[in-house]
Design a protein around this ligand. Structure first.
Ligand SMILES: *Cc1c(COP(=O)(O)O)cnc(C)c1O
Length: 345
């Protein structure tokens, strides 16, 4: 049966070129700094992001955790959006393991924080209060529809943080999607950040891995925290080889995923029960509201027909990625439309 897996861009498989590079990768023990393939990937990533150094970690969650722990200590606070992945979807790691508390302020519909809210969230130097140690943005902002922050958006928040001697972290799990959507070099988007993490394992299609970029000093500290959370690597060139291929050949093609997402969003608009604003979905994440008497059942029937995704919730998210073609979008729209209309009879 034909399958169109719209659950996430994390379902992407490594490309044939990645598999070849992985099979042939030169490797060494990364704890000794000996893995030449990983050293190359870290250098490529740092340069691409316009930072001095980079370190490979197992996941985006680990990248954010290690970054926050490197910036903030026990009793410190991180200012971030109430829809931030770090706040909502990382099991509270920074507070569980680092004693760092979360100070959330509202994300607006385009993923941005109100600069006035950020200013107001900073703590005065007062024995009663936690210390503000880091501010975080997310680009693209997942829960806000894969929203894109511009370099100017980032600078507005970075300036507030830097005026108060506080670093800015970017959760850039999908920063390359943002760069492609803006047709801007990714370094422009990272310029005002003191640290940034991005995922190799999502739209870039690698099997595993994320990278943290920042200054030499920051990355040394991050290596220490990576060790503490058990994230040291050995012959990781096997996976780094895929990352090098991704940096070379998987970034520009994200534009296809965005075009397919736009096509999917536009098609969904005409399906009964769907409320969607394609204009508010600039990258590869397609969020919509679904009015339907039995969403769990509908999701099950769609999955049985090969259209993977959906849930009992009113808000659904479909994600386009490498391996999903424009033709697959036509097919998925047909199946979704006919399944919903059959049930309406
Ligand atoms: C996926 C994601 C992460 C975490 O990545 P994992 O590799 O799944 O741990 C972090 N932030 C955002 C915005 C994400 O979408």
């Amino acid at each position: 049966m034909r399958e169109v897996d719209l659950r996430s861009d994390t379902v992407t498989h490594p490309t044939p070129e990645m598999r070849r590079a992985m099979a042939e990768a030169e490797v060494g023990d990364d704890v000794f700094g000996d893995d030449p393939t990983l050293n190359r990937l870290e250098a490529i990533a740092a340069k691409r992001m316009g930072k001095e150094a980079a370190v490979f970690v197992a996941s985006g969650t680990m990248g954010n955790l290690v970054s926050v722990l490197s910036h903030a200590g026990r009793g410190d606070e991180i200012i971030l959006g109430n829809k931030a992945h770090i706040f909502r979807s990382e099991a509270g790691g920074a507070s569980v393991l680092g004693g760092v508390s979360f100070h959330t302020i509202p994300n607006d519909s385009r993923g941005m924080l109100d600069p006035d809210d950020v200013v107001a969230a900073f703590r005065p130097n007062d024995v009663h209060q936690p210390r503000t140690a880091v501010v975080a943005l997310e680009n693209t902002q997942n829960a806000c529809g894969g929203a894109v922050l511009t370099p100017e958006d980032t600078k507005a928040i970075a300036d507030i943080a830097h005026d108060r001697d506080t670093p800015l972290h970017i959760d850039g799990a999908r920063i390359f999607n943002a760069a492609v959507a803006l047709e801007a070099p990714v370094a422009e988007l990272a310029k005002d950040a003191d640290s940034i993490t991005f995922c190799l394992s999502k739209g870039l299609s690698c099997p595993i891995g994320s990278i943290i970029c920042g200054s030499e000093d920051f990355i040394s500290e991050a290596r220490r925290w990576r060790k503490i959370v058990g994230g040291s690597m050995r012959q990781v060139g096997i996976v780094a080889a895929a990352g090098i291929v991704a940096m070379d050949s998987m970034v520009d093609r994200l534009a296809e995923d965005h075009a397919n997402a736009r096509k999917l969003a536009t098609g969904l608009k005409d399906i009964p029960g769907v409320t969607i604003d394609p204009e508010s979905l600039p990258t590869n994440l397609v969020f919509f509201d679904l009015d339907h008497p039995d969403r769990a059942g509908l999701a099950r029937r769609l999955n049985e027909r090969g259209i993977k995704g959906g849930s009992p919730a009113r808000r659904w998210r479909y994600v386009t990625h490498y391996g999903i073609t424009s033709d697959d979008i036509d097919y998925a729209l047909d199946v979704i439309d006919s399944t919903i209309r059959e049930e309406a009879v």
